[in-house]
Write a protein that binds this ligand. Structure first.
Ligand code: BGC
Length: 743
């Protein structure tokens, strides 16, 4: 009974999605009352974030003294990398010994699951399933909130068109429209019914901004782009996350057009807090305030702190520039106290909204922590998210799904029995006993009557020729071969950019040797990025792109291999044929000499040694069934800017098994100033169809779908001809219509 009353009380204090006006007023009054009692040092303490006692996710600052003492002195407002109720309790108890007893905020990179690891975000994006992605973030939030965490540094919403960049695995891929919807879904998932609820964590949208466009795909590198590209391609997912109620933002390591993002008033004050009216707070990235010194933007931490606070960076993650310099900057008259007050207000407001002043230990309940982790329905959700994320790239002669009549299956490749790698980078590893299902175990469970043989063949990183005899002999004994090859866990993620994104080491040679046996071969590719694998694409009969799917990976993969689940994923990023094609993306401009094949030299905007087309295009992915697109109609052939247009078509399952298709709507503005891309994704529908079933699908095109930024950064539409394209992939348009837009 007592517990029930406690729960009711907690939920009555919690907010529905966003606090009401009355709740905001009450909190604002409490914040002002507290602020008026704070010394300057205590205020600066609230803006200081230290690394905790789990891992370091950046270069460690040495000799920082005793952190618990600093907390007791009110010098710390937040701690990151701290997990579990016993750790967080120790730190929160220290905060409760400070003069004003202001609770700490505990932050953590809960990027794709907490105790249960879900697929890496890029893999999840391949599902195009917004509800499933929201659910994945919900599970992560529920588990991490029960472990004392208040705040996740996710979602990462950086648009990324360069697969060399190791951090592509953390985002939603290359497309702004899809990325914006996913950003929203993830924020909703993390924040649940609203801050203050016991299972909601604050989202932190990152990295503001344009980090995904780092030159050469090298981490931490510079970005130079037009403001129009920034607004059109890179900012919309941030705005979408903000509209979904994201509580906080993180700035980024890169400079943007010569100004480090952390020191950019344009990004943080003019856009985020100004034009967009963001009321939450901005945290720096790890030491990104201090890193303005090696950038060459400021000469020391004193200047760095001044630039950062003026630019709108509220909290300092790990650079100690604020704690060491802000008080002096205020006393020297360089920084107006109102800037410090504004930043502190923003931080305190979130602490009030989270309910931490009512009960600083609200999220710290060991019994709840134990009861919440690894719930069977959440493990099932991870398995489902996993199979939804898989993309079937090739399936010649319908090798897949594997026949139940196969008596002997050979699993070959260095990742066949891997476990830890399957979790992918940025997994929390909170539970060392977490039961990760390997590919071997997944296959074994679903083919109990088949004999399962295994040969490693080579290591992921073997780079000299390896004797493949054992692997080849093993393949020869089997009716079918599944190859588990790709990257290891250390090959994508932060600071893991690669110049060579081919399947690592000699693994493609292993594929060649196994395909040469003439046995039916299914190549299962595992990676945190698009890889290059031309020989395999041309010669392997079946290819499944399985990314990193987390703890349930073996089960998710086996569900697809044995046809218990019909794959429906579509690529959220273009797969190049060669690193030389990068950056490569589907929504490019046509140029004045678009490639017309290789016959006319001067029309060859492609390379002389490669076509412009990718190996696999954005939006591509197969199913065990086939789909027919027909009977397109549009509601009008001319519309005014105030009107909408309806596009309809029939989608039919023309194969023999039930399956889902992700039908995609692309639009092209045929003549525009400035130029528009050859096509842009503007909508999609994921539709389940029984064999033979037909559904009429409808998309509504409104003004926003036709709008773009001009050089003055105004959002405009221009009259003229538009093409509507319906397709199964960006390079597989099935139906087309044109219409005119008038004023
Ligand atoms: C990363 C952030 C991350 C932070 C804290 C940084 O190195 O860029 O994405 O949230 O560390 O772990």
């Amino acid at each position: 009974m007592k517990i029930l009353r406690g729960l009711l009380l907690v939920s009555s204090l919690a907010f529905c999605l966003t606090p009401s006006f009355a709740q905001q007023k009450t909190i604002a009054a409490k914040v002002e009352a507290l602020l008026s009692k704070m010394t300057l040092d205590e205020k600066i303490g609230q803006l200081n974030q230290y690394n905790g006692d789990w891992a370091a996710t950046g270069p460690v600052t040495k000799d920082v003294g005793n952190k618990l003492d600093a907390i007791k002195q009110g010098k710390v407002g937040s701690v990151l990398n701290i997990m579990g109720t016993n750790h967080t309790r120790t730190f929160q108890e220290a905060a409760m010994q400070s003069r004003l007893k202001i609770p700490l905020l505990f932050g953590q990179d809960v990027i794709h699951g907490y105790s249960i690891t879900f697929p890496i975000p890029l893999a999840e994006a391949a599902s195009w399933d917004l509800e499933a992605m929201e659910r994945s973030a919900r599970v992560a939030a529920t588990e991490s909130a029960a472990a004392g965490i208040h705040w996740t540094f996710a979602p990462m919403v950086d648009i990324a068109r360069d697969p060399r960049w190791g951090r592509v695995m953390e985002g939603a891929g290359e497309d702004t429209y899809l990325g914006s919807l996913i950003a929203k879904a993830r924020v909703k998932g993390f924040q649940g019914k609203g801050l203050g609820n016991i299972d909601a964590v604050m989202a932190c949208v990152k990295h503001f901004a344009a980090y995904g466009a780092a030159v050469g795909g090298r981490d931490y590198n510079s970005v130079d782009m037009s403001k129009r590209a920034l607004w059109e391609t890179y900012l919309p997912p941030f705005k979408a996350a903000l509209d979904a109620g994201a509580a906080t933002f993180m700035n980024s390591f890169n400079d943007l057009n010569g100004t480090p993002a952390t020191g950019s008033s344009y990004l943080q004050r003019d856009i985020l807090k100004g034009k967009w009216g963001f009321k939450g707070f901005v945290v720096s990235d790890w030491n990104s305030i201090g890193e303005m010194i090696p950038h060459g933007f400021v000469k020391d931490n004193y200047e760095a702190a001044e630039v950062a606070i003026k630019a709108g960076n509220d909290m300092d993650m790990e650079s100690r520039a604020y704690i060491g310099n802000l008080a002096k900057l205020v006393k020297d008259g360089k920084v107006n106290i109102s800037l410090v007050n504004d930043a502190v207000r923003r931080v305190l407001t979130k602490k009030f909204e989270m309910g931490l002043f009512d009960d600083p230990y609200k999220f710290i309940n060991p019994a709840r922590e134990k009861a919440t982790m690894n719930q069977p329905e959440n493990i099932e959700a991870a398995r489902d998210m996993g199979r939804k994320s898989i993309v079937l790239l090739k399936n010649e002669k319908q090798i897949l799904p594997l026949s139940k009549d196969f008596k002997t299956i050979a699993l070959i490749g260095p990742l066949g029995k891997a476990k830890w790698d399957l979790k992918g980078a940025w997994s929390t590893d909170v539970d060392p006993n977490e039961n990760v299902v390997s590919i071997y175990e997944g296959i074994q469970k679903q083919a109990p009557n088949a004999k399962l043989l295994y040969a490693e063949g080579c290591k992921v990183t073997d780079s000299v020729s390896v004797d493949f005899t054992e692997a080849v002999e093993t393949a020869k004994k089997a009716d079918v071969v599944v190859m588990a090859v790709g990257e290891n866990i250390f090959m994508t993620g932060e600071a893991r950019s690669k110049a060579n994104i081919h399947i690592p080491g000699v693994q493609e040679d292993l594929i060649k040797a196994i395909v040469a046996t003439g046995k039916p071969v299914v190549v299962l590719l595992m990676a945190g990025r698009p890889m290059v694998f031309n020989w395999t694409a041309a010669h392997a009969p079946a290819i499944v792109y399985a990314w990193w799917l987390g703890s349930q990976m073996g089960n998710s993969v086996a569900d697809v291999l044995f046809g218990n689940y019909n794959p429906a994923g579509k690529l959220p990023m273009t797969f190049p044929r060669s690193e030389g094609q990068i950056p490569i993306y589907y929504n490019y401009l046509n140029t004045g000499r678009p490639s017309q094949g290789d016959n006319d030299t001067f029309y060859r905007s492609s390379y002389i040694d490669l076509p412009n087309t990718p190996q696999y295009a954005f939006g591509y992915g197969l199913s065990y069934t086939t789909f027919g697109y027909s009977n397109i109609s549009i509601s009008k052939t001319t519309i005014k800017k105030t009107e909408t247009l309806t596009v309809s078509f029939d989608l039919q399952n023309t194969g023999k098994v039930a399956g889902e298709e992700i039908a995609q709507l692309y639009i092209r503005d045929m003549v525009a100033q400035p130029l528009r891309p050859i096509k842009e994704l503007k909508d999609f529908k994921k539709v389940m169809l029984a064999p033979g079933e037909t559904k009429r699908i409808t998309f509504i095109i409104d003004k926003e779908k036709l709008a773009f930024y001009n050089d003055s950064l105004e959002r405009i539409t221009q009259p003229g001809e538009f093409k509507v394209m319906i397709g199964a992939a960006s390079n597989n348009i099935k139906l087309e219509k044109s219409f005119q837009l008038t004023n």
